[in-house]
Design a protein around this ligand. Structure first.
Ligand code: ZN
Length: 414
């Protein structure tokens, strides 16, 4: 008896499927990958679709929220795209805006449905057609806005950069976390380090140019993938207390939370060691000590190597610390500028002094097993804006040169 149900069911499924295909072809849809500045108002002008219709298609409980950077929006295919600019001017500023765009304030008013060209409401977005670029709704004063990663992962050093109409200072946040922000004339770069346990999938990127309204858009994050290490501590390593770990960490964060405003590097970063046996632990590896839970993670990258192997500076910078520490053993920390620090621990010897400037590739010490260590290895850590990040990913992502380009500077090949 039961089989009699199957045939009609299959027919219904088949028909629905065909129906769906016909439906999709007759209306036509297109996918749009959301970039920074693709706000509802910008997309509405770009595709000639009413803002409400766009927002209704957005499957989020709060439809007033801007579309998420890095996500894909399904739009009806209108077959047209418009070019132009979105400008936001305060009351009285429309005349100057019209002059600078070589058009009339009455024309702008007519296109944007304003009753009077001299009274736009507070920073109301206005569309000025023309040019070859699609309209983007950027923070006030930004002519361009680019992200280092369209869909970032936890444990990375990330940022945004832009060219501004004039030197501008901004306050930028990712949810509650502050970016370090730097300018060089009309060039602007903001950097942040993302904790490897960070779990928010759609944090809000907010940019506030000095004296202007807040700009904000959610940003899509994807999960990181992590390895797992079981560690057995014995002898002097097991004797180190939580208090000693905390005290050393507190002192080092005094250093790491400072951001000097000039990059000291001019070339891509390189690995701090060439002659190693293996990478014995990755950044972000979930760690269990003596059979405990995996509730901590590895703050750097471990290179297993013979004692005495040369350790060198991955990029130019200033040595900010060079001394023995309780947990990290013989330690060297280099300040590369812009809130970027690299550190080298458990060394058998230190060959630089605090305050000394070092060049890329210059030897700073040798591999050892001093401090909280179970054998000869180099522990290398990288910090951005006071947060540990994956140094290998920093190199792979090309953040070194991306930042320099964002400040209008060359990244010389070594
Ligand atoms: Zn390590």
């Amino acid at each position: 008896m039961k089989r009699w149900f199957l045939l009609p069911l299959l027919l219904i499924i088949g028909l629905t499927f065909v129906n769906g295909r016909i439906h999709a072809q007759s209306t036509g849809t297109q996918q749009h990958l959301i970039q920074p500045g693709d706000t509802w108002v910008a997309l509405s002008w770009r595709y000639g679709i009413p803002q409400e219709a766009l927002q209704n298609s957005y499957k989020h409980p709060n439809q007033q929220r801007q579309p998420t950077i890095g996500s894909t929006l399904l739009l009806p295919d209108t077959g047209r795209e418009y070019t132009g600019q979105i400008v936001r001017v305060n009351e009285g500023g429309l005349l100057a805006t019209a002059v600078s765009h070589q058009t009339s304030p009455w024309k702008i008013a007519a296109i944007n449905g304003l009753r009077h060209p001299y009274r736009p409401t507070f920073y109301q977005p206005l569309f000025i057609p023309g040019g070859t670029e699609p309209p983007r709704d950027l923070p006030i004063g930004f002519e361009t806005l680019e992200l280092s990663h369209l869909t970032p992962q936890p444990g990375r050093g990330i940022g945004f950069r832009g060219i501004t109409t004039h030197p501008i200072s901004v306050t930028a946040r990712l949810d509650g976390m502050m970016f370090d922000s730097f300018g060089n004339g009309r060039y602007h770069v903001s950097l942040i380090g993302i904790d490897d346990f960070y779990a928010n999938r759609q944090p809000e990127l907010t940019i506030q140019p000095d004296g202007h309204p807040l700009w904000s858009q959610p940003w899509l994050f994807v999960d990181g993938s992590w390895t797992y290490n079981e560690i057995t501590l014995t002898g002097s390593a097991a004797a180190i207390t939580r208090e000693q770990i905390q005290a050393e960490r507190a002192r080092l964060f005094e250093i790491w939370s400072q951001a000097t405003p000039t990059p000291q590097w001019t070339t891509p970063f390189q690995l701090p060691i060439t002659d190693y046996l293996s990478i014995s632990s990755l950044y972000g590896a979930r760690r269990s000590y003596n059979g405990g839970p995996y509730n901590s993670s590895h703050e750097g990258v471990d290179f297993a190597a013979y004692g005495g192997t040369a350790v060198s500076a991955p990029a130019a910078g200033t040595v900010i610390l060079a001394e023995p520490l309780t947990v990290r053993g013989n330690a060297v920390i280099i300040n590369h500028g812009l809130g970027v620090y690299t550190g080298f621990y458990h060394l058998s010897a230190i060959s630089v002094a605090a305050g000394e400037k070092v060049a890329r590739g210059q030897q700073i010490g040798a591999v050892g097993t001093t401090g909280f260590s179970t054998g000869n290895h180099l522990h290398w850590d990288t910090l951005v804006a006071g947060q540990w990040v994956d140094g290998l990913a920093w190199l792979e992502d090309g953040m070194d040169c991306w930042i320099l380009a964002g400040l209008g500077q060359n990244c010389e090949s070594p």
